[in-house]
Design a binder for this molecule. Structure first.
Ligand code: MLT
Length: 199
């Protein structure tokens, strides 16, 4: 997969960025640098193209997910994360995923459906993709996520379902509520930064 890597200070966080639909590997850089100006950054570009927009898995219309593509792309993403982490000498458990929308969705799916040493995630406006085939515990995972009261893309049911899936598997979940639709707000970023500083 195409990615961008920027080495930060030795004590900086290790942030793994996954953009939203129509973004690319540069989309979340400013937010990531605000979260931790000393961070090491690894940012992937989704390999799927939808009318010129990059995504991390295919869909057949809004929230009509292509579950075959989702599984293929989850495997591809994990392989890419693992190989870059090995090459750069960064243990998987040090990464904090920072995902937005489509990027947050594949991140949550990956944590729920694959065994991975990745422990931490900041997910802006994620939703359940309706897949729930595993039951291994996620007691070692800590997630911060934001949910909007009036998100035109993520229904209350879909965000609640994701929170429930994570909690049922013993993941530690911190939720921040917003009311600015599907957009990332400064308030959310500040709350995510505070959560991150305790990790
Ligand atoms: C998705 O396709 O993953 C969600 O609908 C969010 C988005 O629009 O990217």
């Amino acid at each position: 997969m195409h990615y961008l890597f920027e080495k930060g200070a030795p004590n900086g966080k290790k942030l793994l960025l996954l953009h939203g639909t129509g973004g690319d590997e540069t989309s979340l850089l400013d937010i990531a640098r605000f979260l931790d100006e000393e961070a090491t950054l690894l940012s992937f570009r989704g390999t799927i193209q939808e009318s010129g927009m990059n995504r991390f898995f295919k869909r057949n219309g809004l929230n009509q997910f292509d579950l075959v593509s989702l599984e293929e792309e989850s495997d591809r993403l994990i392989q890419s994360i693992t190989s870059v982490s090995e090459e750069k000498g960064i243990p998987l458990e040090e990464w904090v995923i920072v995902g937005y929308s489509n990027g947050a969705n594949i991140a949550a799916h990956m944590l729920l459906e694959r065994t991975t040493a990745i422990k931490y995630a900041i997910l802006f406006h994620p939703m359940s993709l309706g897949v729930d085939t595993q039951d291994f515990p996620l007691a070692d995972k800590e997630l911060w996520l934001s949910v909007s009261e009036n998100d035109p893309i993520v229904s209350k049911e879909a965000s609640n379902q994701l929170v429930q899936q994570l909690k049922n598997r013993q993941a530690a979940v911190t939720i921040t509520k917003t009311n600015s639709g599907h957009q990332i707000t400064m308030d959310e970023i500040n709350q995510a930064k505070q959560w991150l500083s305790g990790r």
